[in-house]
Design a protein around this ligand. Structure first.
Ligand code: SAH
Length: 349
């Protein structure tokens, strides 16, 4: 069954045309879904009964099934949600003083194979649809009865390996007649698919770009992230430079500190050298242990020294505050599960 959440407003107008319905009906439905937040066609009482009946036969509507929900000491909530085909995905709500931010999953599994990350332990089973991403936002808003003000596409999956659906998703949640989540409050994170960075640059949208860099040179990045063989750091830098030139936007570099791997002062200097000249800042991320991988978190002192070295070199740098580590809801700890393969082993710790 198609999902009513799959459509941008423009696409919904097209879709309704094909159904033989007037354009303004599409706009009405769009507003019901995202302005009024209704969860059924019955509630759309400015549509005829016939139309409501017809829509409910064609489109899936309503929140996803919440399989489990874990609340962290810091208020972070990790949801395990069930997809229509039975698969499971995780999505994480973080509560900040500036609002509520949802970490959205873009694929069931991931093919990027980063050596340190839990999300790639299950190979990509399929892309999520735009509607499945939209519904993560709606389901959590419905469950918490609170507005989500920020979205980061940093859950399981590589968003630029599911480019079109992710861009539709961004347009749907950004639409002023809908959830109206500001583009500047939406961030897409990529491990560095250069061809898509180039496309993203010309979308004419103000959403943010984050790059999972995690290494100061090709030698280390090759070991950590297989994508670096396809798009080495020089090429990546060129794409980012083009992106910044075209969009005038500032880019975030994410850098996990891995003990004894990429956390020495000389690495900080190489990193600064790589970033110099770009309108960018570095977000240092403490590594979160993943049982299946052998990496360790850098010591506190090492992290501080690394940060100080970047500051000394006049880099913009922040240290990411971790959310929900006690519930395996922090960066790189999210996983997807196939049909039938529930989360037992993972959650019963
Ligand atoms: N595939 C995209 C979106 C995922 S974002 C990307 O790579 O950017 C998730 C972020 O968490 C990425 O920066 C990822 O590299 C990082 N990450 C992965 N495993 C981690 C771990 N164990 N601890 C901390 N960060 C991790």
């Amino acid at each position: 069954m198609k999902s009513i959440y799959d459509y941008t407003q423009e696409q919904m107008i097209e879709e309704f045309k094909e159904l033989g319905e007037k354009k303004f009906r599409a706009t009405q439905v769009f507003e019901w879904l995202y302005r009024q937040n209704v969860q059924s066609f019955e509630q759309m009482n400015n549509l005829s009964l016939d139309l409501r009946e017809k829509l409910s036969q064609i489109y899936q509507i309503g929140p996803m099934k919440i399989e489990t929900k874990q609340v962290s000491q810091d208020g972070t909530i990790k949801y395990l949600l069930q997809l229509e085909d039975g698969g499971f995905i995780e999505t994480v709500l973080m509560v900040h003083d500036y609002g509520r931010s949802l970490c959205v999953t873009s694929q069931l599994g991931c093919n990027m194979g980063c050596r340190f990350c839990a999300s790639g332990l299950l190979k990509k089973q399929r892309n999520l649809t735009a509607g499945e991403m939209v519904n993560q936002v709606l389901t959590v808003m419905q469950d918490t009865q609170e507005r989500i003000s920020h979205v980061v596409v940093m859950g399981t999956g590589e968003p630029f390996d599911n480019y079109d659906a992710v861009m539709d998703f961004v347009r749907i949640i950004n639409h002023p007649k809908g959830l109206a989540i500001g583009a500047r409050h939406i961030t897409i994170s990529t491990c560095g698919l250069c061809h898509q960075i180039e496309r993203y640059a010309s979308e004419g949208i103000q959403s943010n770009l984050a790059i999972s860099l995690h290494a100061p040179n090709n030698e280390i990045r090759d070991q950590l992230m297989p994508i670096n063989k396809r798009y080495p750091m020089e090429q990546l830098r060129q794409s980012i430079e083009n992106y910044i030139q075209q969009t005038n936007r500032r880019v975030t570099f994410e850098y996990i500190l891995l003990k004894g791997v990429n956390d020495e002062l000389k690495h900080a200097r190489q990193l600064a050298h790589y970033i110099r000249g770009l309108n960018a800042y570095v977000n240092l991320i403490p590594y979160n242990a993943v049982d299946e991988h052998g990496y360790q978190q850098s010591d506190k002192g090492t992290v501080e020294a690394f940060k100080s070295e970047l500051l000394r070199l006049k880099m913009n740098v922040t240290l990411r505050k971790e959310h929900g580590r006690d519930i395996d809801g922090a960066c790189g700890q999210l996983r997807a599960m196939k049909v039938g393969e529930q989360h037992a082993s993972h959650h019963e710790k």
